[in-house]
Design a binder for this molecule. Structure first.
Ligand code: URA
Length: 236
């Protein structure tokens, strides 16, 4: 999801399907309200939370929203899908009107912490590879783990398709078949591909923390809650 920042005249032209010159004329004539005030500048930068009215018509009015879903297996990280149940469909009715998108997808059979928001800057910040946005996973494997995994995950794996080496990842062995993995990035099927290098299929994958945001033990699968102000602010 790209940031929704842009010039107000371009927003009006695209939203109302008129030439930019027409949009600019309405702005100059005082026909456009930005956050309740007359907008006098054609090139002012707006975002998805700017309230915009033009000639008495409300064109945009959105309040920032941040949700945490305990994603069950079998649900796709999407807001719409013709075939599968979506993460958005599990959220309360109010969320259906909030123009949410997924901030950091999980695969269909991965469970755990999934974030949804309508704030594109915030979701971009979550996606930035960074030590402060560490993603924590509990992984169950088909074959036993050995200490060799720890150094391999730390050293990184070359991914041919993207032409990159994965950033150092922390792997902690919990038991013969269970490990905790902490990533600072999110490549496509990253954990499965990393264990794939050992020909060790992932049997279950569960994300329980992103940065400071922790999946509550008390939140049942399929249930969602709003993030707290502290959790929202922790994604800097
Ligand atoms: N890595 C994966 O392979 N799948 C996920 O859903 C998340 C990380």
């Amino acid at each position: 999801m790209n940031s929704k920042r842009g010039r107000i005249d371009r927003f009006l032209a695209s939203r109302l399907q008129v030439p930019s010159k027409q949009a600019q004329q309405w702005i100059r004539q005082g026909e456009v309200l930005l956050d309740g005030e007359r907008c006098r500048s054609v090139d002012i930068i707006i975002n998805e939370f700017s309230r915009i009215e033009c000639r008495g018509e409300l064109l945009q009015s959105l309040t920032p929203a941040y949700w945490l879903l305990h994603k069950p297996a079998g649900v796709v990280s999407a807001t719409s899908d013709a075939e599968h149940q979506t993460a958005l469909s599990l959220l309360p009715e109010i969320a259906q009107t909030q123009q949410l998108h997924i901030a950091g997808r999980l695969d269909k059979y991965t469970t755990g912490l999934l974030l949804l928001t309508n704030d594109s800057r915030w979701s971009e910040a979550i996606a930035q590879p960074s030590a402060s946005k560490r993603k924590h996973y509990r992984v169950t494997l088909q074959n036993p783990l050995t200490d060799a995994y720890i150094s391999a995950f730390r050293d990184g794996f070359y991914f041919d398709f993207e032409g990159i080496t994965t950033a150092p990842a922390e792997l902690t062995i919990i038991s013969d078949y269970v490990a905790d993995v902490v990533l600072t990035e999110g490549k496509y099927h990253q954990i499965k591909r990393m264990f794939g290098r050992f020909r060790n299929p992932v049997v279950a994958l569960h994300r329980y923390q992103v940065g400071q945001i922790v999946l509550d033990d008390s939140l049942p699968e399929g249930q969602a809650r709003l993030l707290t102000a502290e959790e929202i602010a922790s994604v800097g």
